[in-house]
Design a protein around this ligand. Structure first.
Ligand code: FMN
Length: 180
C-alpha cells in the first residue's frame, strides 16, 4: 500500500472478526512501530499484548470508567495492546531536569507517534485498530500489572475488521493550514 493511501484509509475499527492474530503478525507491527521517531531516540514506547480472554474481559468490565462503548469494543477485539511508556526520559536532560518548558509532556507526544505508526503498520497488514484514551490507569495496573517505571499511554484494540468502518469527516486544508 502507498503511504498516503494507508494514512487516508486507516480507520478506527470497533468491530472485529472472531479470528486470532498470529504472533508473527503482531511482531511485524511492533517492528514497524519501533521506527517511530522519539525524543533523543529514547524509544520509550512498550507494547503489552493481551490475548487472554479472561484478562480482556476484566479490562473491558473494570477499567474503562463506565464507558460502555469501550467495553463492547474491547470484548470484540482479538487482542488488546496496553501501550506503555518508560517514564522519566522523554523531555528530560541527563541530570533529571526538564529540557523545555513542556516538561514531561513529550512522553505523550512520543506515545502518540508510536501509536499512529503501530496503527498504520497494522492497517497495512490487514488488521483493524482503535486507540482508546478512556480508561483508568490505576485500574489497568490493578488488573494487568504494569512494569515498574512505566505508565499506560493508551489501549489499542486490535483484530481483523468486520465490515467497513465509516470515515468521520475531516476539516479542510483551508481550516488547518496557514502560512506567514
Ligand atoms: C488519543 C485518542 C483517544 C481515543 N479514545 C477513544 C476511545 O476511548 N474510544 C473510542 O472508541 N475511540 C477513541 N479514539 C478514536 C477516535 O474517536 C477516532 O480516531 C476519531 O473519531 C477519528 O476516526 P478515525 O480514526 O476512523 O479516522 C481515540 C483516538 C485518539 C487519537
Amino acid at each position: 500500500m502507498e503511504t498516503l493511501e494507508c494514512i487516508k484509509t486507516r480507520r478506527s475499527v470497533r468491530k472485529f472478526k472472531d479470528q486470532p492474530i498470529p504472533r508473527e503478525v503482531m511482531e511485524q507491527v511492533v517492528a514497524a512501530a519501533a521506527w517511530a521517531p522519539s525524543w533523543k531516540n529514547t524509544q520509550t514506547a512498550r507494547y503489552i499484548v493481551l490475548e487472554n480472554r479472561e484478562l480482556i474481559e476484566k479490562l473491558a468490565d473494570d477499567c474503562v470508567i463506565g464507558f460502555k462503548y469501550n467495553t463492547v469494543t474491547l470484548k470484540a477485539a482479538a487482542a488488546v495492546v496496553i501501550m506503555t511508556c518508560v517514564t522519566g526520559r522523554c523531555g528530560y536532560e541527563r541530570d533529571g531536569s526538564f529540557s523545555t518548558p513542556k516538561g514531561d509532556r513529550w512522553e505523550m507526544f512520543d506515545a502518540g507517534i508510536a501509536a499512529q505508526t503501530f496503527c498504520l503498520a497494522a492497517h497495512e497488514l490487514g488488521l483493524g485498530t482503535v486507540i482508546m484514551g478512556v480508561f483508568d490507569e490505576n485500574k489497568v495496573n490493578e488488573v494487568i500489572g504494569i512494569p515498574e517505571g512505566q505508565s499506560v499511554s493508551a489501549l489499542i484494540a486490535v483484530g481483523y475488521p468486520e465490515g467497513e468502518a465509516a470515515a468521520p469527516a475531516r476539516k479542510t486544508v483551508e481550516q488547518l493550514l496557514s502560512f506567514k
